[in-house]
Design a protein around this ligand. Structure first.
Ligand SMILES: [Fe+2]
Length: 182
């Protein structure tokens, strides 16, 4: 069930031109922008890789846009995990697993965060369980890699800029090669 780095490259090349659920950028542009924002912020290799791959589950299913239109949560953050766990360390995989929960957490804890979500992200929030309770927010923050998931989430939210120039996919694939499990 594992993906290799060549498989990840093929997914981006073959399916990455699809629009990113309800946004004006493609899946590939969104992934590259998230990774680029992490890189510019000085995040570590694992977080940059997590940013690149956080929505790979949408490309695996090829149905992200349809699910959003049908008001169904596609659970992309979970479906991708069995494909990535054999390839990459927990420091990459776990922030991906938690990036939707991180949105629910930030909505509960950061004034103004929810109001700033894009319309598509606000719609998916409701499908994903809505704003966390205070107790759930405390539990979330205690989970390993929660802080990295929050950083990923902020880059995710900002990675929707039409026309932003980023390094190419190959630049980030070389980071994946450095991180990949032996
Ligand atoms: Fe995303």
């Amino acid at each position: 069930m594992a993906l290799g780095i060549g498989d990840i490259q093929s997914l981006f090349e073959q399916r990455g031109e699809a629009l990113y659920g309800g946004e004006a950028v493609s899946q590939l542009e969104h992934a590259l922008q998230a990774a680029w924002l992490a890189e510019q912020a000085g995040d570590d290799d694992a977080t940059v890789a997590a940013c690149l791959l956080h929505d790979l589950g949408h490309l695996l299913s090829g149905q992200g846009d349809d699910d959003l239109a049908r008001h169904v949560d596609d659970l992309h953050q979970h479906k991708v995990l069995p494909f990535l766990r054999p390839l990459l360390p927990t420091a990459v995989v776990q922030p991906i697993a938690l990036h939707v929960e991180a949105k629910r957490y930030l909505c509960a804890t950061e004034p103004g965060y929810r109001a700033a979500l894009s319309p598509a992200s606000a719609l998916s929030l409701a499908l994903q369980g809505g704003v966390m309770s205070a107790a759930d927010a405390a539990d979330f923050l205690a989970r390993p890699h929660a802080q990295a998931a929050i950083r990923l989430r902020r880059h995710d939210d900002a990675a929707k800029v039409v026309g932003l120039v980023t390094p190419p996919l190959a630049h980030y694939l070389s980071r994946l090669h450095r991180l990949a499990n032996p």
